[in-house]
Design a protein around this ligand. Structure first.
Ligand SMILES: [Mg+2]
Ligand SMILES: [Zn+2]
Length: 350
């Protein structure tokens, strides 16, 4: 996402500030607006977006509880959505302008759990679903893997999806290694990321026709202790940057960090990542397609109720030749590569 950050409203050393640094580490584009308060860690983050972010493409404005500034920035920048770090006491001071602005922009907010009862009593019934809670468990460690960062990312995705689309979009779910980028055994370094031919143009076509692109990736190297989870985010950030340079903004990236024997339900062919992304991005699973270079990708798509494409890049060639159990369902389509898979998806979706 391209995030317009309203610096003056974000308190230094707040959870919101920390989560924004995590989003920068995850490869989201950070556009700064306004003067940072003394001690702000966001003062040098990302790029200066200009005071009004005018003429900068911006998906979501992120700001603090003093809502007037961030809401004005939404209007100036024509950002599509807004997410605020909310506080019950500050919310009580909101005037008609702030309340109207938050309502008409379909604003989303995040509030601390200890404030949630007080806060929710102050807002209209219909606004409650747009308020998320900061996780009650505070983890330490790096910003990219922090639970607060994950929550803020998801809240921004939800806010954006609810502004730009009606329910029931057909998504393009894509595997990463061997499908979007060259297969290497456990890609763990950002400089190992190399886009396969035609991938950027294909994803651009899908998005131009209104289809969200969601990366669904098994990263068992984390669970096996081969590299830390921060490395997954570094590699994903590189993927975001390479695609952004080609005019593609990924709608979401979801990964499973567990080893196969951990028995989680997010590792493909498990469907949790697809189902959660579908809820967040207003996606119809039955109209969507999962594309990958392994049978676990195909099986995950089918288990989620979507169609599935096996591509012959990465491990796809070996997979296509491998024995499959007699009762196993094949792919709905086998394609040479991702661009061919996207053409099939678009012909089916339209
Ligand atoms: Mg793969
Ligand atoms: Zn998992």
């Amino acid at each position: 996402m391209r995030l317009g950050i309203h610096l003056p409203s974000i308190p230094p050393r707040s959870r919101l500030e920390h989560a924004i640094t995590g989003l920068a580490d995850r490869g989201h584009l950070i556009l700064r607006s306004g003067r940072p308060p003394a001690g702000s860690r966001l003062a040098e983050l990302g790029e200066p977006g200009g005071d009004g972010l005018v003429r900068r493409e911006c998906d979501v404005v992120v700001g603090g509880a003093r809502a007037r500034g961030p809401l004005a920035l939404v209007a100036l920048s024509q950002a599509r959505a807004v997410v605020l770090g909310l506080e019950a006491a500050e919310h009580l001071r909101w005037g008609a302008v702030e309340r109207w602005g938050f309502a008409t922009t379909g604003g989303f907010g995040v509030v601390a759990e200890e404030e949630s009862a007080a806060f929710l009593a102050q807002v209209e019934e219909g606004e409650r679903e747009r308020v998320a809670l900061w996780p009650s468990v505070r983890t330490g460690g790096p910003a990219s893997t922090h639970l607060d960062t994950a929550l803020l990312e998801r809240t921004c995705e939800r806010a954006l999806a609810r502004r730009i689309a009606g329910p029931g979009r057909a998504a393009l779910f894509v595997d990463r290694d061997g499908t979007l980028i060259e297969e290497r055994h456990h890609v763990a370094e950002p400089d190992q990321v190399s886009l396969l031919g035609g991938v950027a143009a294909a994803l651009r076509d899908a998005r131009a026709q209104g289809h969200p692109v969601v990366v669904i990736s098994n990263q068992a190297g984390v669970g096996r202790g081969l590299f830390p989870e921060t490395r997954v985010h570094e590699v994903m950030a590189r993927l975001r940057a390479l695609l952004r340079a080609e005019g593609v903004e990924l709608d979401s990236i979801r990964h499973c960090p567990h080893a196969p024997e951990a028995g989680c339900d997010c590792r493909k062919p498990g469907t949790r990542l697809l189902r959660e992304a579908a809820l967040d991005l207003r996606v119809s699973l039955t109209d969507s397609v999962m594309v990958g270079d392994k049978w676990i990708d195909v099986d995950a798509g089918h288990a989620a109720g979507s169609a599935s494409v096996l591509v012959l890049t990465g491990h796809g060639g070996e997979e296509a030749r491998a024995e499959r159990p007699a009762e196993a369902r094949g792919a709905d389509q086998t394609c040479a590569d991702l661009p061919a898979a996207v053409r099939w998806f678009l012909s089916r979706a339209n």
